[in-house]
Design a protein around this ligand. Structure first.
Ligand code: GLP
Length: 250
């Protein structure tokens, strides 16, 4: 059982995700929040920046953790997630406590362990925002990743490399550090965002299919507090002949 909210377009998915973040920060200003990258959450960041400018969300005491980063890139590299975060959020908001795996290191495995410890020290995520890959990955937890995984070095599937290279206009690295599935599942609230017809099949499989490491996002069916935000295009295959969810108004 989970909550699903169907929005008229992808922009509204991002808007609603930002409203959920804002409510979390208003309720608990020192919240620990996990953040995704990709095209899906761009409007979420735009809205958060606006809310911060309006002065309605307390942000300075919160701790943000990005879910993943490619191995071997500097922060200045435009295909890195650090660059993405700088562009969409960090350069626009003063005094924000932000963490992202630093992968420009000789020892990514140690960095992954240190990142997990940092998350643990912060007492885990109050809220975790997720996108989904067309193969069902969450963060960079590709099909086959054990559900028991914590933050680790991940080898990316050729289809993920191809898709992400197309998006960034440059070949992306084949390894990354990602927060693991177990760490994600410990979050007190998870919000999964999916937009466009491209994600329709995998979302249906993830939410209503077999719970298996072959579809990493299927583990979310076991989360006690999951909210799913989709646009109409993506929802088309889900709302017809499916049950086991509540549609909500926030
Ligand atoms: C990337 C990221 C994920 C993201 C996913 C979907 O590979 N590692 O965190 O959710 O792909 O991206 P998009 O929103 O561009 O479809």
């Amino acid at each position: 059982m989970f909550m699903i909210r169907i929005e008229k377009n992808s922009k509204m998915v991002g808007f609603t995700a930002a409203v959920i973040i804002a409510k979390q920060l208003i309720k608990k200003p020192d919240s620990v929040i996990a953040l995704p990258t990709g095209t899906t959450p761009i409007s979420m960041y735009e809205t958060i920046v606006k809310f911060a400018e309006y002065g309605i969300i307390p942000i300075a005491k919160a701790q943000f953790f990005n879910l993943d980063e490619y191995v071997g890139l500097t922060r200045e590299n435009p295909i890195s997630f650090a660059y993405y975060m700088e562009k969409h959020l960090l350069s626009k908001i003063e005094k924000i406590q932000h963490n992202i795996p630093s992968t420009n290191t000789k020892n990514p495995k140690r960095e992954a362990n240190d990142y997990e410890k940092k998350i643990e020290k912060a007492n885990g995520f109050d809220l975790c925002l997720l996108g989904i890959g067309v193969d069902g990955h969450i963060g960079f937890n590709e099909p086959g990743t054990p559900f028991s995984s914590v933050t680790h070095v991940a080898h990316l599937h050729p289809s993920t490399i191809e898709r992400n290279s197309k998006e960034s206009g440059e070949i992306v690295p084949d390894t990354a550090i990602t927060v693991g599935i177990k760490t994600i599942m410990k979050s007190r609230h998870i919000v999964l965002m999916a937009t466009s017809a491209e994600k329709s099949d995998i979302l249906k499989k993830s939410l209503f299919g077999e719970i298996t490491p072959d579809v990493p996002a299927s583990v979310l069916q076991l989360h006690p507090n999951l909210t799913v935000l989709v646009d109409k295009e993506c929802a088309a295959k889900i709302t017809s002949n499916a049950s086991g969810f509540h549609q909500i108004n926030l």
